[in-house]
Design a binder for this molecule. Structure first.
Ligand code: ATP
Ligand code: MG
Length: 363
């Protein structure tokens, strides 16, 4: 059988620097675990614009559609700020998400014990935390029509429309239930069915998908405002949280602060299952291109490395190998190795991007 395929798109700024460390991890799995991937690499963002005059060439888009997983670094930077809207680096990433129809955005919030004091919350609230927020990404109030600023009588009115179809809700619910089965088998669905029609439909459809297809998964429902409170009060009560585009945007940023630095946060965006049963998938760190530290070998590569870990788990069915990778990260942090972004106010001497990558390979 052919090896599973990965398309690497390092992009701009620190993207190529952190991706170089992922390359080391991929080589290690090949050499030491007999886990081989067909890896190809291409341009995205400003790097693609410099060569092709577009942030995502059609040939790259085609490759992205044909591989088992896309791994992206970051796009953008001051050099490209004055470009016209259609060719801005970010447009490359948006085109990927749109044409691959990646409707489920996965943001884990995991608290590594060594960094528990880095959280905005007390250690006992976050130590051992491991939750996953699934945010609907392609519909809802950010896209619904009508939208715009209109004139009504003698004043203007700004309008957005929250709109969800049953099939849009059902497919993201399935993504959440599938994930839960690989985790602790628990889903909490969040909406505001008390005040929103879309919330009533959301709750009903999630419950129906559960009852008909995933009765083995424990399902609960929560109003999103209460959810925000519970996330900060006692986040460990959750396993998988599934919610709409707007609430997911807010709740996943709040959850991010439970765990510390932007340099630690991976993400995945999943679409419909392909012919081989794997979902269309794009993995990327939550952080951007960090132009302020680009080219200095200072960036934390862990977010990107953990994004590859998510690919192992969710695209390649290699949960045990993903665990192995996460344990290596944990071990390196436990030894006290820190990139600059993980240094507390007391300071110390940080390791470089490549030293952090090497240490994780070693571990
Ligand atoms: P975008 O608009 O693409 O999200 P941004 O400007 O909002 O980008 P980042 O590029 O993620 O945000 O940078 C925000 C801050 O976090 C910067 O000071 C950056 O140096 C820091 N940062 C981001 N990622 C990392 C990382 N992997 N390691 C260390 N510092 C990082
Ligand atoms: Mg930003």
């Amino acid at each position: 059988m052919a090896n599973p395929s990965i398309l690497i798109l390092p992009g701009d700024g620190i993207g190529p620097e952190v991706m170089a460390e992922v390359r080391k991890i991929i080589s290690w799995f090949d050499a030491k675990r007999g886990l081989s991937f067909d890896v190809s690499e291409d341009l995205v963002g400003g790097a693609a614009y410099d060569v092709h005059g577009t942030p995502l060439a059609d040939s790259t888009m085609e490759k992205a559609q044909s591989v088992d997983a896309v791994l992206l670094g970051a796009v953008g930077g001051p050099k490209y700020d004055s470009l016209p809207f259609e060719v801005k680096p970010e447009r490359g990433l948006l085109r990927l998400r749109k044409e691959m129809d990646l409707y489920a955005n996965l943001r884990p919030a995991v608290c590594f014990d060594a960094l528990a004091d880095f959280s905005s919350l007390k250690r006992d609230v976050v130590a051992g935390l491991d939750i996953m927020i699934v945010r609907e990404l392609t519909s809802g109030v950010y896209f619904g029509e009508p939208r715009g600023i209109f004139t009504e009588g003698n004043e203007r009115v700004g309008i957005n429309t929250q709109r969800y179809t049953e099939s849009e809700i059902a497919r993201v619910a399935r993504s959440a239930f599938e994930l839960a089965r690989r985790r602790r088998n628990k889903v909490c669905s969040m909406e505001k069915a008390n005040v929103m029609e879309s919330g009533i439909l959301w709750r009903e459809v999630v419950q129906k998908v559960h009852d008909e297809e995933y009765p083995d998964v424990e399902l609960s429902h929560m109003y999103a405002d209460n959810g925000a409170m519970q996330l900060v009060r006692n986040p460990k009560q959750f396993d998988v949280i599934v919610t709409d585009n707007l609430f997911g945007d807010i709740l996943s940023d709040a959850a991010a602060m439970l765990t510390g630095s932007l340099g630690m946060l991976p993400s995945a965006s999943l679409g419909a299952p392909m012919a081989n049963g794997r979902p269309k998938a794009l993995y990327e760190p939550v952080h951007g291109s960090a132009p302020d530290i680009a080219g200095q070998n200072k960036a934390n590569p862990i977010a990107c490395i953990l994004s590859f870990g998510m690919a192992l788990r969710y695209s390649f069915d290699q949960g045990a190998e993903a665990d192995r990778l996460e344990r290596a990260v944990e071990a390196v942090l436990a030894k006290g190795l820190r990139t600059a972004d993980l240094m507390g106010p007391e300071g110390g001497s940080p390791v470089s991007t490549s030293e952090m990558g090497d240490a994780i390979v070693q571990a």
